[in-house]
Design a protein around this ligand. Structure first.
Ligand code: BES
Ligand code: MN
Ligand code: ZN
Length: 503
């Protein structure tokens, strides 16, 4: 990431200048190092005046305290130190970034009275800080700002900021941070892809971004329309027909595990823009459909994170890339297409296109790689937001062990999932009179019938489907994200791999 703050590590010592951040536990308790930054005791009085109680991620900012010579002296609350969770460290890092505002350099003293801050805590803090620092401002020129004088138009960028994290064991923290940085880069890559408008990021451009992972040692193949025609991917190809920009499929392989180990497989829906096609969507809010490749973005971000931190497992990432447009050549409601699996699909609504793209991606993945499991991510249904709102992704799974692992990873990373049902009653709802199945299941249970559709393409392989329509974009602001795109799924699945599938 070029536009992210520079972070370094050092042993505790009282800083001389710049901005200083200290941690304050419940009741405003400070460590000895923190108190040394405040010889005139201004913090204590500030705590009283402002009712600062040291609540988690609360902050208090004192400008240029005379006695110290600092620009800002900032206290971040930790709550009760022995109750701090992994995510709490990310939140504190995020709050710290926000509190620092436009400061140019800062020292953060990561010490707490009566609690030993670990290298993992420090790395988590740094991760939260990097994620909060993310901005999508590529298209903000200085031309429209009205600030004509060059010295005034020099807005501070996150990349200009230097931050020193003081902690007990800087060497260990630096090592732990290497992985955190890989994960932050993966999340920010996913956010960038989702935020990018569709005129800039079509299927070809997206495929080119996948190809860039080769610099990290990932093997990347791009299937063209011709390749996919040979493979008889009639479902995916049907979706792309209405667009002047042809579809692609990217196949990425990271081989960090033992040669004989079956790979883990992650599959993403990459609809670069979803107009609905001939079954066109209403105009209001349609711009959000530039994010309909959130599943593919998460897969790319995950592959980036895993390769950058040299994960010890074999992983395959497959993304189906297409644009869903209306056109003289677009597919129509009522068309019947034949998927790579040989199963036929009656396309009753061209706006239920994600499942068509995924059907062929899942079939290809299962046939070619015989993976240990397949997990797909997709901004698949509006109905999942009706069911779960924007705080949990829908989890559909044919394997209780895998479901449990994903649920647990969701809890520790706060990329939460909620399990939804599958069942033969729902499966029946997509039977078609004219073909093997239809691509919509009627009025009720829309997320479930979409999942049942995918299930018809996975066979016996352990499989999970994450419906991330509510979590990938339009995300509620929180301590570690202010961007429209959240990068949801990267941290969740990196954690799943790390906790259960690395040698
Ligand atoms: N990409 C949409 C789902 C979506 C909607 C994602 C809103 C994010 C925000 C998907 O392709 C779609 O259009 N689904 C339809 C399915 C319906 C036609 C059965 C939907 O949810 O309305
Ligand atoms: Mn659609
Ligand atoms: Zn869609």
């Amino acid at each position: 990431m070029s536009n992210s703050p520079a972070i370094s590590f050092a042993k505790p010592s009282t800083p001389k200048k710049g901005s200083v951040v200290i941690l304050a536990a419940v009741g405003g308790a400070l460590s000895a190092s923190a108190m040394a930054c405040d010889p005139a005791n201004v913090l204590k009085r500030a705590f009283q005046v402002s009712d600062f109680t040291g609540k988690l991620a609360a902050k208090i900012d004192i400008l240029t305290p005379e006695a110290t010579g600092y620009d800002h002296l900032i206290a971040i609350g930790t709550g009760a130190p022995d109750k701090l969770s992994e995510q709490d460290w990310l939140k504190m890092g995020g709050s710290t970034w926000a509190a620092l505002g436009k400061a140019a350099s800062a020292t953060v003293i990561l010490e707490l009275e009566g609690y030993e801050v670990t290298a993992a805590d420090v790395a988590g803090f740094a991760l939260g800080l990097l994620l909060r620092a993310y901005v999508f401002d590529r298209y903000k020129t200085e031309k429209a700002s009205g600030k004509t004088k060059p010295e005034k138009s020099k807005a501070k960028k996150p990349g200009d900021m230097r931050i020193v994290l003081q902690c007990a064991n800087p060497a260990a923290a630096r090592r732990a941070f290497a992985d955190a940085r890989s994960i932050a880069d993966g999340v920010c890559l996913a956010r960038d892809l989702v935020n990018e408008p569709a005129n800039i990021l079509g299927p070809l451009e997206f495929a080119a971004r996948a190809k860039q992972l080769e610099t990290l040692g990932v093997k990347v193949e791009i299937l063209t329309e011709k390749d996919m025609t040979k493979l008889k991917m009639g479902a995916l190809l049907g979706v792309g027909r209405g667009s002047s920009r042809p579809p692609r499929m990217a196949v990425m392989q990271w081989n960090g595990g033992k040669t004989k180990d079956k790979p883990l497989a992650f599959i993403g829906k990459g609809v670069v823009f979803d107009t609905g096609g001939i079954s066109m969507k209403p105009a209001g809010g349609m711009e959000d459909m530039k994010g309909d490749m959130g599943g593919a973005a998460a897969v790319l971000g995950l592959m980036h994170a895993l390769a950058a931190r040299k994960a010890k497992s074999n992983v395959v990432g497959i993304i189906g890339l297409a644009e869903n447009m209306p056109d003289g050549d677009a597919q129509r409601p009522g068309d019947i297409v034949t998927s790579m699996s040989g199963q036929t699909i009656e396309v009753l609504n061209t706006d239920a296109e994600g499942r068509l793209v995924l059907a062929d991606a899942l079939t290809y993945c299962g046939k070619r790689f015989n993976p240990r499991f397949m997990i797909n991510l997709a901004t698949l249904t509006g109905a999942i937001m009706v069911a779960l709102g924007k705080h949990h992704a829908g989890l559909f799974c044919n394997d209780d062990t895998l479901a449990g692992q994903i649920f647990d990873s969701g809890t520790v990373t706060a990329e939460k999932v909620w399990r939804m049902p599958l069942g033969s009653e729902y499966d029946k709802m997509i039977d078609s009179k004219n073909a093997d199945m239809k691509n919509i299941g009627g009025r009720w249970g829309g997320s479930i019938t979409a999942a049942q559709f995918l299930k018809r393409y996975v066979g016996e392989t352990p499989w999970a489907h994450l419906d991330i329509a509510g979590t990938a974009m339009g995300s509620p602001s929180n301590e570690i994200n202010r961007s429209w795109a959240s990068g949801y799924g990267v941290r969740l699945l990196d954690r799943l791999v790390r906790d259960h599938y690395e040698a």
